[in-house]
Design a protein around this ligand. Structure first.
Ligand SMILES: Cc1cc2nc3c(=O)[nH]c(=O)nc-3n(C[C@H](O)[C@H](O)[C@H](O)COP(=O)(O)OP(=O)(O)OC[C@H]3O[C@@H](n4cnc5c(N)ncnc54)[C@H](O)[C@@H]3O)c2cc1C
Length: 517
């Protein structure tokens, strides 16, 4: 527990506002890194509102690196699998023909993900208080504080830092005076998972034949009054979505009725679509916004509080990856071991990642919303480009966030620096292991892949802060890699790089990321 002044014990090292995927992941990772988080969540119980039906992208690999994928698969009841395709601005990306799938998907509904992350954080020692709403956040030179309305009344908690993981309408962000510029699109999307009655015929190619309406193509149909989309799910269910222009901002959390959904279908298609059993209904709007700064002194933001993307399917990945990037840096600061400037790299790296996600999701808006001949031409040309594997794969890695390379400080960096560490199979004197296995404990690792005694020697002063491992791998990408707890490669030695340049560069990287020994 951190003590800012003699005799004054704080309630926690880090206050986290919000127990969504970002806040709960942050809590677990902070515990792994040795810090004491306190999570304050206004909802008294785990959320049941259906939001995401699953998630995908880089976070899937990270969860595997933490040894959590078995648990995720058990909660999902299904194996993590390569995504056969993805929607992109009203078009369909078909990944099934690619040999190396660019996106891995987890079909785990958000409430179950939150349960799992909450259980894990609790097991690791996080204090999670549900039914405790944060009314205000403030800071001074030494502390951050939250004013809380709990079931037993109002109180104040203090910590060294406070992180707003409180969603798109973040009160913490506002309290810190962090601007959230961007645009909210004047449209509303309504989504249902349903089965269809016998009167609706499903044709062999996936299209629907609807009495009184005729044939509706699988995928996206523009009608001039909006967009109607549907796709097949397992067990004969379909996912149906309407998109209509509506000037008023919509609330994602307000419940939607079946009548509202059917009215929307009638407006868009001009006729009714009979539905049998409806198992899920939701409504959401689209905005493209990014917090100007992810940090203001002792207050930081992560997840939807830091960014909102105008396309589905990526919010959980980017929010949880924010948390993974932030946790070890915050823990190093509260533990008094952080080098100067470490915490600021959270903004420079994750704001950059969020901007890349905004780039591809904004491009989707241009593809999806345009109604004039120029927009038609854009869609047609884009469709032609998607016939080639390379642009298809590139878009897949953009959606997944796997092509992100953080800008790394320092001259002439190795091409691996700033990228997510690949899961190399490692042969050691004690048997075979892997990069994924080494990352379970979320500790930094210097991985010597070429028996480089000079580099092991250079890192010796840091041996209590980092794990130093020697191994062989079949296709060696570098002589050595320094891997941060978030699995990002902080530094790498080129094959055969002389000790005279590699050893000082390694020491500099170690100081930069893990402080003076
Ligand atoms: C219909 C719908 C479908 C979606 N589908 C997908 C999908 O398929 N895949 C995907 O990746 N993403 C999807 N998303 C997006 C995804 O749900 C979000 O990106 C994700 O929930 C963001 O996580 P978060 O932890 O940042 O914030 P949130 O999940 O919004 O959590 C914020 C938490 O903070 C709490 N809170 C807020 N204010 C306070 C306060 N003052 N005091 C205390 N607690 C507070 C809230 O109660 C909430 O629990 C979907 C969203 C919607 C609406």
């Amino acid at each position: 527990m951190a003590m800012p002044e003699e005799g004054w014990v704080m309630d926690a090292d880090v206050i986290i506002v919000g127990a969504g995927p970002a806040g709960l992941m942050l809590a677990g990772e902070l515990c792994l890194a040795g810090a004491r988080p306190l999570v304050l969540e206004r909802q008294p119980r785990l959320r049941e509102t259906p939001r995401a039906s699953g998630f995908n992208g880089q976070i899937v690999e990270l969860l595997r690196y933490r040894g959590l994928l078995d648990r995720v698969e058990a909660a999902s009841g299904r194996a993590v699998h390569p995504a056969p395709g993805a929607p992109f601005g009203g078009m369909h990306l078909d990944f099934s023909r690619l040999a190396d799938p660019p996106i891995w998907a987890v079909p785990l509904p958000q409430p179950r993900l939150e349960r799992l992350l909450g259980e894990r954080a609790g097991e690791l020692g996080a204090d999670i208080r549900r039914g405790h709403e944060v009314a205000g956040a403030s800071q001074d030179d030494a502390t951050a504080a939250a004013d809380v309305h709990g079931p037993d009344g109002s109180y104040r908690v203090t910590a060294r830092y406070l992180v707003g993981c409180d969603g798109a309408r973040s009160r913490v962000r506002d309290a810190a005076g962090i601007a959230f510029p961007g645009i909210t699109y004047p449209e509303v999307n309504r989504l249902a998972q349903a089965s269809l009655p016998d009167s609706v015929t499903r044709l062999d190619n996936g299209d629907l034949d609807v009495p009184g309406l005729g044939r509706i193509r699988a995928g996206f149909t523009r009608t001039g009054r909006g967009v109607f989309a549907f796709g097949s799910l397992t067990h004969g269910n379909v996912l149906i979505q309407t998109t209509e222009d509506e000037p008023a901002e919509v609330s994602d959390d307000e419940p939607i009725t079946l009548a509202e959904f059917q009215d929307s279908i009638r407006r868009v298609l001009g006729a009714d679509l009979p539905l049998a059993e409806v198992t899920r209904l939701s409504r959401y709007g689209f905005a493209a916004r990014q917090a100007e700064r992810y940090r203001d002194g002792r207050i930081l933001v992560a997840g939807d509080a830091a960014h909102q993307f105008p396309a589905t399917g990526i919010g959980i990945n980017f929010g949880m990856m924010d948390a993974v990037n932030l946790a070890w840096k915050l823990a190093a600061v509260v533990g008094g071991k952080a080098p100067a400037g470490l915490l600021d790299t959270y903004h420079s790296e994750r704001h950059f990642a969020g901007a890349r996600a905004l780039l591809q999701t904004q491009a989707q808006v241009a593809l999806r919303r345009g109604q004039d001949p120029a927009a038609e031409a854009l869609r047609e040309l884009f469709g032609e480009l998607l016939a080639d594997d390379q642009p298809l794969r590139r878009l897949g890695t953009l959606i997944a966030g796997t092509s992100i390379r953080y800008p790394m400080p320092g001259p002439s960096q190795h091409a691996l620096a700033g990228t997510f560490a690949p899961d190399l199979i490692l042969h050691t004197g004690q048997g075979t292991t892997s990069v994924a296995d080494l990352m379970h404990a979320a500790r930094p690792v210097l991985l010597d892949l070429a028996d480089r005694q000079d580099l092991r020697e250079a890192a010796r002063d840091w041996q209590y802060r980092i794990d130093i491992r020697t191994a062989q791998t079949d296709h060696r990408p570098a002589d050595a890699v320094l891997i941060r707890p978030d699995a990002c490669i902080a530094w790498a030695a080129a094959t055969g790089e002389p000790a005279g340049t590699a050893a000082p560069a390694l020491r500099e990287a170690l100081s930069r990321w893990f402080g003076t020994p």
